[in-house]
Design a protein around this ligand. Structure first.
Ligand code: COS
Length: 383
C-alpha cells in the first residue's frame, strides 16, 4: 500500500474534538493551574465525558477503543494547551495498558468495565526510590499467602496517585530472580496498608499530581494478578513500547505550541525598524524549530502506524519518544530566546513550555534509556 498521510474522516473529527477541548477547556485554565500547582479535576472529568480519557481500552470494556495513531493525534492536540493536564489525562492509558495486554476476559470484565463506566483515574506504579531505569532491581515484594498477596515496599513519582482508584503495581515475588521475579497486579486504592505521600512540588506538569505510594502488609487477591508470576517485566516493557510513542506526541504538542508562540511574537515585536521575524537571526531559529516539530510528528506517526499494524516497535517508539522530547526542549528553549527577556517572565507562556518539555525527556524511561534500547535493537540486526 502506498504511504498516505491523509487522516481518515474519523481521525479528523477526533483531532477537531481534542483541539476544541484543548482550546476551550484546558488552555484557559493552564496558567493558573501551573502557577498554583492545582489539579483541575473538573477538566479531567470533562475529558472522560468526551471520551478523551481511556483511549486504548476496547469499547466492549467501556473505553474509546482507539488505535495508537488516533491516540497520538489526540495527545498532540491536548498537549498544545497544557502538558501537565495531558499527563494526567493520558495516565489512564499507561496504567490500563497492562490490563489490556495481559488480563483474562474475566479480569477485564471485572476490572475495566466498572472503572471505565464512570470517571476514574488509575496509576502505573513501577518506579521505586532506588531507581526507575533498572526495573529488574525493584524491591517492592509480593508474598503469596493462600489466595492473597501481601505487598510491602514503596513506589515513587506516581502520576495521579492521590486521585486514582486503582494502581497497576509491579513488584517482585523473588528479588534474586531479577526480571524473572517481577509480577504485575491490580491494587484497589482503598486496600488497607496503603499510604499515599505528599503531592510533589514539581518544576513542570504542575497541573498533574505526583506522589509516592507506600505498601505495608497490603493484601490483594491473587485473582488480580496479571499473567503469571514473573511475567511482569515483559508486561511492563510491552506497555512502555506502546505508550512511549504517545509521549512523543505529547512532546510534539508542547514543541508546536512553542513554535507558534515564537512565530506570532516575531511578527508583533519590532527592532531595528522591522518585525524581528524578518531578521535572519530569528528567521533561521524559526526554520530550525519548524523542522524539529515536523520531524518529531513524522517519527511519532510512523511508530504509531507500525504499532497499529501489530508490528513490535521497541526501537521506533524509543526513537519517537527520544527525538520528540529532545526537540521539545530545544524548541521551547529557542522560543524563550525569540521572546528575549519577556520569555523568561512567568507572565508570558513560553517558560512553562520549557519546564513541561523537560519531564518528557525523563518519564516513561529517560532518554538515556531510550538510546540504549535503540542501540540494542540496532545492533541485533548485525549480530
Ligand atoms: N519487549 C519484550 N521483551 C523485552 C523488551 C521489550 N521491549 N525489553 C526487554 N525484554 C525482555 C528481554 O528479551 C529479556 O528476555 P529473556 O528473559 O527472555 O532473556 C528480558 O526482557 C530482560 O531484558 P534485558 O536484559 O534487556 O533487561 P534489563 O534489565 O537490561 O533492562 C531496560 C532493560 C533498561 C530497557 C528496561 O529496564 C527499561 O526499559 N527501563 C526503563 C523503565 C522505564 O521506562 N521506567 C520509567 C517508569 S514509567 S514513568
Amino acid at each position: 500500500m502506498a504511504i498516505d498521510f491523509e487522516l481518515t474522516q474519523e481521525q479528523k473529527e477526533l483531532q477537531e474534538l481534542a483541539r476544541r477541548f484543548a482550546r476551550d477547556v484546558m488552555a484557559p485554565r493552564a496558567a493558573k493551574a501551573d502557577k498554583l500547582g492545582e489539579f483541575p479535576e473538573d477538566v479531567y472529568r470533562k475529558a472522560w465525558e468526551l471520551g478523551l480519557m481511556n483511549l486504548n481500552v476496547p469499547t466492549e470494556f467501556g473505553g474509546s477503543g482507539l488505535g495508537e495513531l488516533d491516540q497520538c493525534i489526540i495527545t498532540e492536540e491536548l498537549a498544545y494547551a497544557c502538558g501537565g493536564m495531558t499527563t494526567s489525562i493520558s495516565a489512564n492509558c499507561l496504567a490500563l495498558q497492562p490490563i489490556n495486554l495481559a488480563a483474562t476476559k474475566e479480569q477485564k470484565e471485572r476490572l475495566l468495565k466498572p472503572f471505565c463506566a464512570s470517571y476514574n483515574l488509575a496509576s502505573f506504579a513501577l518506579t521505586e526510590p532506588s531507581g526507575g531505569s533498572d526495573v529488574a532491581s525493584m524491591k517492592t515484594t509480593l508474598k503469596r499467602e493462600g489466595d492473597e498477596y501481601v505487598i510491602n515496599g514503596e513506589k515513587v513519582f506516581i502520576t495521579n496517585a492521590p486521585h486514582a482508584s486503582i494502581y497497576t503495581l509491579f513488584a517482585t515475588v523473588d528479588a534474586a530472580r531479577r526480571h524473572k521475579g517481577v509480577t504485575a497486579i491490580v491494587v484497589p486504592r482503598n486496600t488497607p496498608g496503603i499510604t499515599v505521600g505528599k503531592d510533589e512540588d514539581k518544576l513542570g506538569h504542575r497541573a498533574s499530581a505526583t506522589s509516592s505510594i507506600t505498601f505495608e502488609n497490603a493484601r490483594v487477591p491473587v485473582a488480580n494478578r496479571l499473567g503469571e508470576e514473573g511475567d511482569g517485566f515483559k508486561i511492563a516493557m510491552n506497555t512502555l513500547d506502546s505508550t512511549r510513542t504517545p509521549i512523543g506526541a505529547l512532546a510534539t504538542g508542547i514543541a508546536r505550541a512553542a513554535l507558534d508562540h515564537a512565530a506570532k511574537y516575531s511578527l508583533q515585536r519590532s527592532s531595528f525598524g522591522k518585525p524581528i521575524g524578518e531578521h535572519q537571526a530569528i528567521a533561521l531559529k524559526l526554520a530550525d524549530m519548524a523542522q524539529k516539530v515536523t520531524a518529531a510528528r513524522l517519527l511519532v506517526w510512523y511508530s504509531a502506524w507500525l504499532a497499529d499494524q501489530g508490528k513490535p516497535v521497541p526501537m521506533e517508539s524509543s526513537i519517537a519518544k527520544c527525538f520528540a522530547s529532545d526537540s521539545a526542549m530545544e524548541v521551547a528553549n529557542e522560543a524563550i530566546q525569540v521572546f528575549g527577556g519577556y520569555g523568561y517572565m512567568r507572565e508570558y507562556p513560553v517558560e512553562k513550555l520549557l519546564r513541561d518539555a523537560k519531564l518528557t525527556q525523563i518519564y516513561e524511561g529517560s532518554n538515556e534509556i531510550q538510546r540504549l534500547v535503540i542501540a540494542k535493537e540496532l545492533l541485533k540486526r548485525f549480530a
